[in-house]
Design a protein around this ligand. Structure first.
Ligand code: FAD
Length: 394
């Protein structure tokens, strides 16, 4: 049999783990067939998306060059996919210089992920939606602190030193916890009273972490409080304009800046890429990640609607789910090629990790009917381990 071209599009968490799993599956196959494995991403790096809050508080690089992750055995192409001609098994993409290309594949894995939801322009504030956004956020709060140094009006100074974080999902929790630490540290270095810095996390829900038990939400809240974050539950931010924050209740609050952490949306390109999508915009797949109505195309991660065929439960849009899907996909592809029966999707166990400031973390899992919560050093180690292993960092 001739060489198979297996193309993975998207070098996020799903894509890099899919490359690893496919390579492993074909290595373990006895009648080894040659596979040309290609990973294509619009960037030359893997973005450690879960650490997006880091460049908002410091100058950490949260990218990993794809050449470091796959120094050999995988062809890397920097290109932005524009269209999939599934009948012809062709893919159209633009290279970094904007030139258009076409390429053939035998097997295609679509792992284009999601995009971050942004507020409408009239809503003001700054969204934590990319590395550039994160850097601008850091510049903005540091500029406010510098202004605060010369401000003698206490009300104005406190306003300059206050930050609203709107949206209390994992990203909002982690961002506010890190800000509380670094804003105070910088304030002190500038000779300001760190106690005047105020970070408020606005939560539209009545409590934190609605995905899990109330007691975990309470533990998270306690940790945020002791870190210096103020919580405002049942508060939806509507707009930030010229330092005035308006809540859905009509209440207004003075702030130095507002950071939006509004969660994820399906990649808009999926609407026009040539694959079937559901009413929410996610790629439609079967229980073994095969894209409906196509041959040789699979989709996993944030861009697909992944459902457990036994429980009917829809997978969450998180790294751990994407990574487990990728591991199974390696076996599915090999089974499909060799005419064996392919494994089907199984939902991932409940497991969530939270970074709660430098060196502080918490993890929660639910096993055998029991809630298990890790805090302190273990929680922090688990958090770091999950961040690193998700990006194939040893
Ligand atoms: C701030 C934040 C915090 C989060 N925290 C957590 C957490 O604590 N735990 C957790 O489990 N999950 C967390 N998540 C969710 C997690 O990041 C996603 O579930 C995960 O990134 C999904 O992986 P993916 O590979 O499907 O998509 P992505 O990571 O989005 O990767 C998609 C890839 O496709 C590439 N791409 C996009 N368009 C094109 C194109 N046209 N052509 C070629 N390539 C393209 C992108 O460059 C990217 O590399 C968080 C997300 C955010 C934003």
């Amino acid at each position: 049999m001739g060489e198979l071209t297996c193309l993975v599009i998207g070098g996020g968490y799903a894509g890099i783990h899919a490359v690893q799993a496919i390579r492993k599956s074909f290595k373990s196959e006895e009648d080894k067939r040659t596979v040309r494995l290609i990973l294509m991403d619009k960037n030359p790096y893997h973005l450690r998306k879960v650490l997006l809050f880091r460049p908002a508080v410091g100058d950490e690089d949260i990218t990993v060059p794809l050449t470091d992750l796959f120094p050999e055995g995988v062809e890397l192409i920097q290109g932005a996919v524009t269209y999939i001609e599934s009948t012809e098994k062709n893919l159209r993409y633009e290279d970094a210089a904007g030139a258009e290309h076409r390429m053939n594949y035998d097997i295609l894995v679509v792992a284009l992920g999601s995009v971050l939801r942004q507020p409408e322009p009239w809503q003001g504030g700054m969204a934590l939606a990319s590395i550039d956004h994160a850097r601008k956020i850091r510049e903005a709060w540091r500029a406010n602190l510098k202004k605060a140094v010369g401000e003698t009006n206490v009300h104005e100074r406190k306003k300059l030193m206050s930050i609203a974080v709107a949206g209390a999902g994992i990203s909002g929790i982690e961002t506010s916890a890190e800000l509380a630490h670094y804003v105070r540290e910088d304030a002190e270095a500038l000779g300001l009273d760190p106690g005047e810095a105020k970070i408020t996390l606005f939560n539209a829900n009545p409590r934190l972490f609605p995905e899990g038990p109330a007691k975990v939400g309470v533990r998270l809240e306690d940790s945020l409080h002791s870190n210096g974050v103020t919580l405002s539950h049942g508060s939806k931010v509507v707009q930030e304009e010229l330092g005035t924050l308006t809540l859905s209740s009509g209440e207004t609050i003075s702030v130095g800046m507002c950071i939006w952490t509004l969660g994820l949306l399906p990649h808009p390109l999926l609407q026009s890429i040539g694959l079937p999508v559901d009413s929410e915009g996610y790629v439609v797949i079967d229980a073994s990640y095969r894209v409906q109505g196509t041959q040789g195309i699979y989709s996993i991660g944030d861009c697909a609607r992944v459902v457990d065929p036994v429980s009917g439960r829809v997978d969450g849009k998180t790294c751990k789910e994407a990574i487990a899907q990728a591991a199974r996909l390696g076996k599915v592809i090999l089974a499909d090629i060799t005419g064996r029966s392919a494994p089907t999707h199984k939902g991932f166990m409940d497991f969530f990790c939270f970074g709660l400031g430098p060196g502080i973390g918490m993890a929660w899992t639910h096993k055998w009917g029991v809630d298990i919560i890790f805090t302190g050093r273990l929680g922090s180690k688990l958090r770091k381990f999950t961040w690193d292993s998700a990006s194939l960092i040893k």
